[in-house]
Design a binder for this molecule. Structure first.
Ligand SMILES: NC(=O)c1ccc[n+]([C@@H]2O[C@H](COP(=O)([O-])OP(=O)(O)OC[C@H]3O[C@@H](n4cnc5c(N)ncnc54)[C@H](O)[C@@H]3O)[C@@H](O)[C@H]2O)c1
Length: 307
């Protein structure tokens, strides 16, 4: 597997580190800043003897080095600062996404593209549009992260290991994120039987605001440890063809009564990218929220054309 990580900022570099440590492929780390990916790649190679991985990474500013990539992870773009919404990044990051796609696609026409840059849903649409790739080969990372945050907050509340908590979020990466209490379990027990409504609402709101909470602490950037772990879970599913079902910002074609838009849904990931959109048993309220989230994303994607 040849995996290119575009953007060697906090998310890109921690993604590269995790991919190397898991031995998921040969990496190319690229950025517009001269020396940054080269320095980070050298540092990661020097950790190889200690960590016990193969030093299969190239740091570069030249897209020629990315030719023949099987997977391209795009983390290039500005992160949020305190007081900014993800949508405030739209204009600047749309220009960066267009640039990245135009430089990456000709050399890697068969790649699977995982978008990370924000605003996530809109950047995923833009990447698919500009690449012309089949939609099952272009999708975004948000749901794995939002679900991980929710699982951690539930575990913290109930004082259990996050490993015994299962939960999934759908919809958009932002205020229209949908938590599914009926599908959340702790040690196999349904979450709504373990906490009251007020606690559920508080945990879901903290998950929705999960990014803001970290931005407020950091002040000069946004989260990267949990985001990079989430990207790597997706890369692993593709590289190892696991067919894992993960919440992904994926193109829907009629599932859940929604068509022709990117939105967060459970998707089966394998060597072909998104191999199936999995339809959970949602009640009317959950379906309505998912459809509203999809329409919100559709409108914002239409706004992209006006930039
Ligand atoms: N989807 C998610 O859940 C999620 C989670 C965390 C961060 N993000 C987003 O990921 C992006 C990166 O976050 P970060 O913390 O790594 O930011 P960062 O500022 O640390 O790194 C961004 C990097 O992109 C590079 N870059 C800018 N323009 C480029 C171009 N045209 N080509 C190549 N590289 C370019 C910059 O030089 C910088 O090194 C942000 O948009 C952030 O909002 C998304």
């Amino acid at each position: 597997m040849k995996i290119t990580v575009v953007g060697s900022g906090f998310v890109g570099q921690t993604t590269a580190m995790r991919l190397l440590e898991k031995g998921l492929g040969e990496l190319v780390l690229i950025d517009i800043i001269e020396g940054k990916p080269q320095g980070l790649a050298l540092d990661l190679k020097e950790a190889a003897p200690v960590e016990g991985y193969e030093p299969l990474i190239t740091g570069t500013n030249d897209y020629a080095d990315t030719v023949g990539s099987d997977i391209v992870v795009i983390t290039a773009g500005f992160p949020r600062q305190p007081g900014m919404s993800r949508m405030d990044l739209l204009g600047k990051n749309a220009a960066i996404m267009t640039d990245v796609i135009e430089r990456t696609v000709p050399g890697s026409p068969n790649a699977i593209v995982i978008v990370v840059s924000n605003p996530l849903d809109e950047m995923t649409f833009l990447a698919a549009d500009k690449s012309g790739f089949p939609k099952e080969r272009v999708f975004g990372m948000a749901g794995v992260l939002d679900s991980a945050r929710l699982r951690y907050f539930i575990a913290e509340e109930l004082e259990v290991s996050p490993l015994v908590v299962e939960a999934m979020t759908l919809g958009s990466h932002g205020d229209a994120m949908i938590a599914l209490p009926r599908h959340a379990t702790v040690n196999g027990e349904p979450l709504p039987e373990l906490v009251d409504e007020t606690t559920l609402a508080r945990l879901f709101q903290r998950t929705r605001d999960g990014g803001v909470e970290i931005v407020a602490f950091l002040k000069t950037g946004s989260a990267y440890f949990a985001p990079s772990a989430s990207v790597v879970a997706m890369v692993r599913a593709i590289a190892k063809d696991t067919k894992d079902v993960l919440p992904v910002c994926a193109w829907v074609t009629g599932q859940y009564g929604i068509s022709d838009v990117y939105v967060g849904v459970p998707a089966r990931l394998g060597s072909g990218g998104v191999e199936e959109i999995v339809e959970l048993d949602l009640n009317d309220g959950e379906l309505t929220k998912l459809r509203q989230a999809a329409e919100g994303i559709r409108t914002k994607c239409e706004d992209l054309a006006k930039l």
